[in-house]
Unconditional design. Structure first.
Length: 534
């Protein structure tokens, strides 16, 4: 073997010796009696150390467990059957079956190569199920999510010690209701595919008040997939039918306006492949596995970027929701994905303009007219306001501009009257906004990256409600001061900025949302490619 593997194998053996050289069970440590370090290893143990040395998870396990095999010995058949059953169910999780090659699983592990081959499949399954198949940052640099999976060598140990290895592997999958609902939908428990043989719905712009024979096939197609609407006049496009159309649109990822326009009709007629929906579910399952280390039963703020919505979840139930505006589709303005902790509610915030906005958008305006963007102060590194007549803006470039820009607290401040701080390297936060009209749009990707809140005062009250008997009064006092006031949240509230284009409602119905940043297609392709990596 090459030098690297030789060194790794030796380290494995030393790890095994260290694991063995512990006080013997039943003997008092004060007696100073310990098992003698092993000075010799069998050829099989040496071969196992060599074969496992190139795989860190296996090296860690074998090296600290006396180089004992997993799939050889008295319980080998039970463990192997458990692993075979687990990987056979991988497609139900949206994981390609090719991720776990059958050749490595076939037959008894009668030699070291087979032992390590099956152990590699076990370690891969454990990693996939507790943190996802794909590394988030490899998909898009704006996916900042940190996967917090348990150590794989510890999971292998728990698997070998489990009274029921099959149950142990089954219990690894996320147990969150959303994950289970997505699984059911992927396996065919819920489909938007209209049965064959039904008449096509005619294209048009059907809305409340319309009437005609074309409404009949529209009703029939909706009814066939569970979106029935009671009708006193089957040919009338009435309010009940508009409600059924809106529910279908939400499930299909269309704006739920209740108007059956050309796009909705094309979906109902099967002109849009159902496969696009299953792909969104596969991607959503992977994203839920990324979040396996987060406590989603605890109180938290959940911001789903493609849904343009934020909600507070507590014990699995929604206790608050609001519309949001997220980063625009321009690459440098997209909202990143990550989790953090909201630490402060800030009343009357000043807006410290991000440098990227200052030098890209405002410096050229100031160079053309020093009195431009007059609502902003120019400040130095110490926070002192500098008179514009003292600055020759033409001397500077984006690289060497030495000043910052800041907006005083006011009704027309870009952050509105309240912001919600979770300190992070990307300077992303939630905030109020004076541009309220944007919340009426179906597509709400318009910000520079931060999340604008449709009902910011209500969100402040909800966040403060845990620590204040009268959160409205607490917030109002801070607001009435007229100056920037920071209210510390005790305890901090977890916040998850997520990106789900398919996600279940409270009743388990899968809703679809537009892939506004185009991240799903890249992630889906990466998952499929991972299925070829054997």
């Amino acid at each position: 073997m090459n030098g690297f593997r030789l060194v790794a194998a030796i380290l494995l053996i030393l790890g095994a010796q260290s694991a063995v050289a512990q006080p013997q069970a039943g003997l008092a440590p004060s007696m100073g009696v310990a098992a003698a370090p092993r000075l010799h290893f069998t050829p099989a143990e040496m071969a196992l150390a060599q074969a496992a040395a190139a795989h860190p998870d296996l090296a860690a396990y074998y090296g600290t467990h006396g180089l004992g095999p997993i799939f050889m010995g008295p319980r080998a058949a039970q463990r192997r059957e458990a692993l075979l059953h687990a990987v056979a169910t991988a497609p139900a999780h949206g994981i390609p079956a090719g991720r776990y090659p059958g050749a490595a699983l076939a037959g008894d592990a009668r030699d070291i190569r087979a032992e390590v081959g099956q152990a590699r499949i076990l370690a891969r399954y454990l990693r996939d199920m507790t943190g996802g198949v794909v590394r988030p940052a490899s998909i898009d640099p704006l996916i900042k999510r940190e996967v917090r999976r348990p150590p794989i060598d510890r999971l292998i140990r728990d698997f070998t010690q489990a009274p029921d290895p099959r149950r142990f592997l089954l219990d690894l999958q996320p147990r969150h209701p959303a994950y289970l609902a997505l699984q059911r939908a992927l396996s065919g428990g819920e489909s938007l595919a209209v049965p064959a043989g039904l008449p096509r719905a005619p294209e048009g712009m059907w809305r409340v008040g319309a009437r005609g024979e074309g409404v009949l096939p529209l009703r029939a197609r909706l009814d066939s997939i569970g979106f029935a609407a009671p009708a006193t006049d089957p040919q009338a496009y009435d309010a009940a039918l508009a409600d059924a159309v809106a529910r279908y649109q939400a499930a299909a990822g269309l704006p739920p306006d209740g108007v059956a326009g050309p796009k909705t009709i094309r979906h109902l007629n099967g002109d849009v492949p159902e496969d696009s929906r299953s792909r969104a579910i596969v991607v959503a399952l992977e994203r839920m596995r990324w979040m396996g280390g987060e406590d989603l039963d605890a109180r938290h703020v959940w911001v789903n970027i493609p849904e343009y919505a934020a909600r507070i979840m507590e014990g699995g139930a929604q206790v608050f929701s609001t519309r949001v505006v997220v980063g625009s589709t321009e690459r440098d303005r997209q909202t990143p994905e990550f989790s953090d902790q909201i630490e402060y509610v800030v009343a009357n915030p000043r807006w410290n303009v991000p440098r990227s906005i200052t030098v890209k958008e405002y410096l050229p305006k100031l160079q053309a007219n020093r009195h431009a963007v007059s609502h902003l102060d120019v400040v130095d590194g110490n926070g002192n306001v500098i008179g514009r007549d003292r600055i020759d803006f033409g001397r500077y470039t984006a690289a060497n501009f030495p000043y910052r820009m800041r907006q005083k607290a006011s009704d027309d401040n870009a952050l509105g009257l309240v912001k919600f701080i979770f300190p992070n390297p990307w300077n992303i936060y939630l905030h109020d906004t004076p541009t309220k009209h944007l919340f009426g749009n179906a597509m709400r990707a318009h910000s520079h990256g931060c999340i604008r809140i449709g009902d910011p005062f209500d969100l402040a009250h909800a966040l403060l409600s845990v620590q204040a008997a009268d959160p409205q009064a607490m917030f109002r006092r801070a607001l009435d001061r007229g100056k920037e006031t920071w209210l510390k949240l005790t305890p901090p509230v977890p916040v998850h900025l997520v990106y789900f284009t398919a996600f279940p409602d409270a009743d388990g119905t899968i809703r679809r949302f537009e892939d506004v940043y185009g991240r799903d297609a890249v992630l889906y392709d990466a998952i499929q490619k991972a299925g070829l990596d054997s």
